[in-house]
Design a protein around this ligand. Structure first.
Ligand code: EPZ
Length: 430
């Protein structure tokens, strides 16, 4: 397994381009199952999770066409361009082997059921950050008339006469359930209302792509979505939005070194209250042409609680904690979305951080300096927090299990070293 070695202390400075958002790209790719037309997505990030989902879609019978990619690259456009043609889908089963690798695979359920009237999708199981059930996805689909059974670890869903519009009131906000239901409802008979829907920019991006494909959706960006079912969708072209989590992660990487970087393609309007939390911690943001300038002279403690968008995202909690380990004063970080998303705490403490955990809250008292250590990445965002800590630490930090990082951060070590970080990948000896 590859490792990442970081020698901390270098002040970051330079320009980095933010890639396409993984969490927007994955549902968008699943939307290709809704039509016989070709859905061409551009600005897809080149990440392990994208490859895993491509593999899943191909085994359903989707044809992947990368022809447009060459011309996009020639035109200097970054990111991957893929045309997806789901005309020949001949298999509505999503097998355990692929789903267990990536939970977002469950997003094929809504589209397969809506277009083919049946789907058999493996239950994803738990993961490092929590149990993560999919009950809201299933109850929502049942509200639209689906019959759902669980059989040998699989969700078996049927709607032989098609789905029927209805009102789904989510008891709490779920990004994935909102996306699965929104996709399914586009082909249902009649109108569907999703109440207490997720408002994340990735959900809005999916909605905008579905509208380009002929769907009738209103209320995007609010907590109530109305979807009027249509008899069919057509192909479309859609660029994936820039990754807000990568944006903020890179901002924090620069800030922890008291550096200054320009984030090209960053969308500050997608950062929600994360921008205020980072400002409260001492990070300065100023708009520049085509992006955002980030700088920091001094870090100060601040309190943060994770919440659905536009609140502070759980996907930035670990990075924010790493940032605050060297801030002056204390910070209280509360995780309200996932029950087990503090796996980075013991690793940060091995680097000298002063953190006390009390249930879902962590009290971080700023220390003078962190020291490099060999640490273990436990999930994607925890990995990034260890990289941020490593950039600030004295001496060498060795981050193990880098495959987590590769699921969600494209060429991270290249981007950071281009800004002056001393960071290298140590390839696995085969
Ligand atoms: C999405 O996961 C993201 N993944 C996650 O990003 C992110 O952490 C999460 O939203 C929250 O923002 C993708 O977009 C591919 P949820 P999702 O349904 O949709 C509970 C990353 O690091 N819940 O909004 O699976 C659930 O257990 C990842 O990139 C149920 O109880 O998250 C959690 O506590 C990790 N039943 C909460 O709701 C359900 O049926 C929110 O989960 C569904 C969810």
């Amino acid at each position: 397994m590859d490792k990442i070695a970081i020698r901390g202390g270098n002040r970051l400075s330079g320009r980095v381009r933010v890639g396409g958002a993984k969490n927007a790209a994955l549902p968008l790719m699943c939307a290709s199952l809704l039509t016989e037309g070709t859905l061409t997505l551009s600005n897809l990030p080149r990440l392990a999770d994208i490859t895993t989902l491509m593999r899943l879609l191909v085994q359903h019978g989707v044809e992947m066409n990368m022809d447009g990619d060459e011309s996009c690259r020639a035109a200097g456009r970054q990111g991957l361009t893929i045309g997806m043609d789901a005309t020949g889908v001949n298999n509505t089963t999503a097998p355990y082997d692929l789903v267990r690798k990536m939970r977002a695979s469950v997003l094929v359920l809504g589209p397969l059921l809506a277009r083919f009237g049946n789907a058999r999708v493996s239950l994803p199981g738990g993961c490092a950050i929590g149990t993560r059930p999919v009950d809201l996805h299933l109850k929502g689909l049942q509200h639209l008339g689906a019959e759902i059974d669980l059989d040998q670890g699989y969700i078996v869903a049927k709607a032989p006469n098609g789905l029927q519009g209805g009102e789904v009131v989510f008891p709490f906000v779920s990004v994935g359930a909102t996306e699965n239901l929104m996709m399914a409802a586009t082909l249902a008979k009649g109108t569907t209302r999703l109440v207490n829907a997720a408002r994340e920019p990735e959900v809005t991006d999916l909605g905008e792509c579905l509208i380009r494909m002929g769907a009738k959706i209103s209320g995007l960006g609010t907590d109530t979505l109305e979807i009027e079912g249509v008899s069919g969708l057509h192909g479309a072209e859609h660029p994936v939005i820039p990754d807000r989590i990568e944006t903020a992660s890179l901002a924090m990487a620069a800030a922890v070194t008291r550096g200054e970087i320009d984030l090209i393609d960053a969308r500050p309007d997608h950062l929600g209250s994360a921008i205020e939390a980072m400002e409260a911690a001492g990070i300065n943001f100023s708009p520049i042409e085509g992006g955002l300038r980030v700088s920091c002279n001094e870090l100060v403690g601040t309190d943060v609680m994770t919440e659905p968008y536009p609140g502070f995202p759980t996907d930035l909690q670990a990075q924010m904690m790493a940032l605050l380990t060297t801030a002056s004063g204390a910070s209280m970080i509360t995780e309200s979305i996932f029950e087990n998303r503090f796996m980075h705490v013991p690793e940060l403490m091995r680097m000298g951080a002063n953190i006390n955990l009390h249930g879902r809250s962590a009290m971080v008292r700023g220390v003078e300096r962190l020291t490099g250590a060999e640490v273990m990445a436990t999930d994607l965002r925890a990995s990034m927090s260890l990289v941020i800590a490593g950039l600030a630490a004295e001496g060498e930090t060795l981050v193990n299990r880098v495959y987590h990082l590769d699921r969600g951060y494209e060429r991270l070590e290249e981007k950071l070293s281009a800004c002056g970080a001393d960071i290298t990948r140590i390839k696995e000896q085969s």
